[in-house]
Design a protein around this ligand. Structure first.
Ligand code: FES
Length: 165
């Protein structure tokens, strides 16, 4: 189906057009998706369609890449962005159990946002504060040595403190 109008900002369209002049333009897909997410905060279905069309790759490829990498999000982030460090030091100290506790408390999975739009859950690479492992950040706030049993308390604190994004 021919698509002639795009909702992506012009500079992103220009970036993709420039990629199309280079060898193997499809190899810039991840870079393009980073730009789109950086601008809009997440990858909407419409934007992924437009990227596929402009970069001349199948929509299924774009969707496949967007869902494969945990740093891409397919929904707008919540008011509180919860990032669980999944780096080696944190993982060894039980980050997976902390993540499970957040999933259970929030009723949402990694890369997802709660239905009230309050919390989103994402994994992140090493944050460079391994001595505090396992580490969780919520917006700009850092929580170290987090235990699964503290998750409920942390979430309540966020709700009460109304920490700003
Ligand atoms: S591995 Fe989590 S802060 Fe380094």
């Amino acid at each position: 189906m021919e698509q002639t109008t795009y909702t992506l900002d012009q500079d992103i369209q220009d970036f993709i057009s420039n990629c199309m002049t280079l060898e193997h333009p499809e190899s810039y897909l991840i870079a393009v998706l980073h730009k789109v997410q950086g601008r809009y905060g997440y990858l909407s279905e419409k934007h992924m369609d437009e990227v596929a069309h402009l970069l001349q790759v199948p929509t299924s490829t774009v969707f496949g890449v967007a869902t494969f990498y945990h740093f891409f999000r397919l929904k707008p982030a919540g008011k509180f962005k919860i990032s669980i460090c999944l780096g080696t030091a944190c993982f060894v100290k039980g980050a997976d159990l902390v993540l499970d506790a957040f999933k259970t408390e929030l009723g949402c999975s990694l890369g997802d946002t709660t239905s009230d739009g309050m919390f989103s859950l994402e994994g992140t690479r090493c944050l460079g504060v391994c001595a505090l492992a396992p580490v969780v950040t919520i917006n700009e706030q850092v929580f170290g040595n987090v235990k699964p049993t503290q998750v409920s308390e942390i979430l309540n604190k966020m709700k009460e403190a109304k920490v700003e994004a």
